[in-house]
Design a protein around this ligand. Structure first.
Ligand code: ADP
Ligand code: MG
Length: 326
């Protein structure tokens, strides 16, 4: 059973809200307003190593949620924090909260609640740190968008440069030897992701569909294709990457930019008439925005400029892929 089959089988139910399971945010109408709500969990040893800088963890726990709000074009309003900790370590908590509140202040959202518990000891060892943030934003009713609004013939765009967080992981696992400056830059991308909130807001009325890239470009594109009922054609050569990434051997480079997780850039669709407006938005937000392909009526994904073709390992991260069913 994959992660998404699990969710579909046991948790996805018809809801009366504007939008339930299956998108970056749930959309809840309240009077004449619409709230966008999302939650993401970070677990020690799955999402981060025990020795990670706690300030970066506080930042990232909030950032990954604000990234989902950005995809929905929502303005962050507030968030809740649920923590399970093996111990109350003052220095760790001081740094963790500082990292979180610095981002919260920058994005104008406040912590309004949460829950705190002690992690159980397991076989004499301290249990893992688990952090779950729930973020709430506001969306303009006139410019709602999710993963399902893309249409054939539209352009496919992506913000920023992809794959550096995955390259940091590959370096950590000894699959590649990066020079010190590159390793530091990649690690920074992994540990201090910048949610594209301003871009998400600026794309209101321009993008017809959007998703944030958390599980890899092609895997997240597949969610847009499925929800929108479209196919896609992507030019692998156009997928944006840093100069340091271009110097990496081609197979690892390709895996990082096409399937690397933890990028938190926005992937979005828009009609070709919007090209100039979108390029203007990129300049105003000081972020590179690249047109990497188009959506097609013909189903499935076509990758051009890539000889190897798509295999299962490029399809995006799945927490339960390959796990034995017990
Ligand atoms: P994202 O990567 O944007 O955080 P996910 O891929 O994790 O989204 O989740 C896909 C969809 O499934 C989302 O709409 C999410 O809210 C929903 N979802 C995930 N886990 C559960 C769960 N245990 N119960 C209900 N909905 C879930
Ligand atoms: Mg998301």
């Amino acid at each position: 059973m994959t992660e998404f089959e699990l969710i579909a089988r046991y948790f996805a139910r018809p809801v009366h809200e504007r939008q339930g399971i299956g998108d970056d945010c749930a959309l809840i109408d309240v009077g004449d307003r619409t709230l966008a709500i999302t939650c993401d969990l970070l677990s020690e040893n799955t999402h981060f190593f025990p020795d990670v800088e706690p300030a970066s963890l506080g930042h990232k726990a909030l950032a990954v949620n604000l990234s989902d709000l950005a995809a929905a074009g929502a303005r962050p309003r507030c968030f809740l924090l649920a923590l399970s900790l093996p111990r109350a370590h003052a220095d760790w908590l001081e740094a963790f909260s500082r990292g979180m509140f610095e981002l919260a202040a920058r994005e104008g959202c406040e912590l309004v609640g949460g829950d705190t518990t002690r992690a159980p000891r397991i076989a004499g060892h301290a249990g893992p740190v688990t952090i779950c943030v729930t973020a709430i934003g506001e969306v303009e009713r006139s410019s709602l968008r999710g993963r399902g609004g893309a249409r054939p013939g539209e352009d496919l765009w992506v913000s920023g440069e992809l794959g550096e967080a995955a390259l940091a992981v590959a370096h950590g696992q000894g699959q590649v030897r990066l020079d010190e400056a590159t390793a530091r830059a990649c690690r920074r991308r992994m540990e201090w992701p910048q949610p594209r909130v301003a871009l998400g807001l600026a794309l209101r009325g321009l993008a017809s569909a959007a998703i944030d890239i958390s599980d890899g470009l092609l895997g997240d594109l597949a969610h847009v294709m499925e929800r929108s009922g479209v196919g896609a054609c992507v030019d692998a050569r156009r997928v944006p990457r840093s100069d340091a990434m271009r110097a990496i051997e081609p197979e690892l480079q390709r895996r990082c930019v096409l399937a690397g997780g933890d990028d938190y850039e926005l992937l979005f669709a828009a009609t070709p008439e919007r090209r100039e407006a979108i390029e203007r938005v990129g300049r105003e937000c000081c972020i590179a925005i690249t047109r990497i392909g188009a959506l097609t009526a013909e189903p499935g994904l076509r990758l051009v400029g890539d000889e190897q073709g798509i295999d299962a390992t490029l399809r995006g991260f799945d927490h339960f892929a390959g796990a034995a069913e017990a």
